[in-house]
Design a protein around this ligand. Structure first.
Ligand SMILES: [Zn+2]
Length: 128
């Protein structure tokens, strides 16, 4: 089933609403995922956890990294160098904005593109 995610507050909904029911932010048209009943059960389970006062909360981003060795000729140094420069730039931009790279993972196909998993801490959750 299709689940739509709000990029502002993290709420999710089954309907294709233009605005988030929780925070009224516009929901991007491509911000959805096809999920199973098991996935929804897991999300509901997480929803029941409360944050703990005094501890940071974490925000995560998953961003596709450019390039993969199998896409290119094995000796194409120019393309490999451009890929390196792009990824280095992207990682540094994320670092500038407070995001720490915590993992690099494939999604599904282990030979497919790699995704960087970034996190950053929120310490002021309870001062709003
Ligand atoms: Zn929202």
């Amino acid at each position: 089933m299709k689940l739509y995610f709000c990029s502002e507050c993290g709420a999710y909904d089954f309907g294709n609403a233009d605005l988030c029911l929780e925070c009224q932010a516009p929901i991007p048209k491509d911000s959805w995922a096809d999920v199973s009943d098991e996935d929804v059960t897991q999300l509901d389970y997480i929803e029941d956890f409360d944050p703990i006062e005094g501890l940071p909360t974490w925000e995560y981003e998953v961003i596709k990294l450019m390039g993969h060795a199998n896409d290119q000729g094995p000796n194409d140094d120019d393309i490999l160098e451009q890929t390196r420069i792009y990824n280095e730039h992207m990682l540094n931009r994320m670092g500038d904005k407070g995001w720490e790279l915590v993992n690099i993972v494939p999604m599904g196909d282990k030979d497919g593109p790699r995704y960087g998993v970034f996190k950053r801490a929120w310490l002021d959750e309870f001062e709003e």
